[in-house]
Ligand binder design. Sequence first.
Ligand SMILES: [Zn+2]
Length: 132
Amino acid sequence: MVNPRPKIRYACALKCVYCGQTRLQKPGSWFVFAQGCPQCDYRYEREAGYFTGASWMIAYPVLALMGLSLSLLFKLVLFPKLPTLVILLLVSLLSLFIAVLLIPYCMSAWMCVDHFLHPLDQNDSYTQPPKH
Ligand SMILES: [Zn+2]
């Protein structure tokens, strides 16, 4: 198994964060990631619930900031005469759509950050069972 540093540009392209050659998602799926990378033998999901961190630490703050920014933009600049409740409904619907697009990127960013902090070891092999 190679042990390079993860690359954020590969994560942004939704490719293996080490080799950049294989897609992170299973074919035909937007949300479900493959088991691992056959090129560099890297297991994507290091443990059960691994991608929960992507939701809590990356997706929620990003969506909250985006929702707040859009609400202020709509209310103060674009549609100042629209009732606040209508603006909140519009921003909520827009945020749901953006969240669907954003989740895989948050998961790949989470992988990259996690691997900067905890580099690969023998338990991250895609083809070998974990040796705990
Ligand atoms: Zn790879």
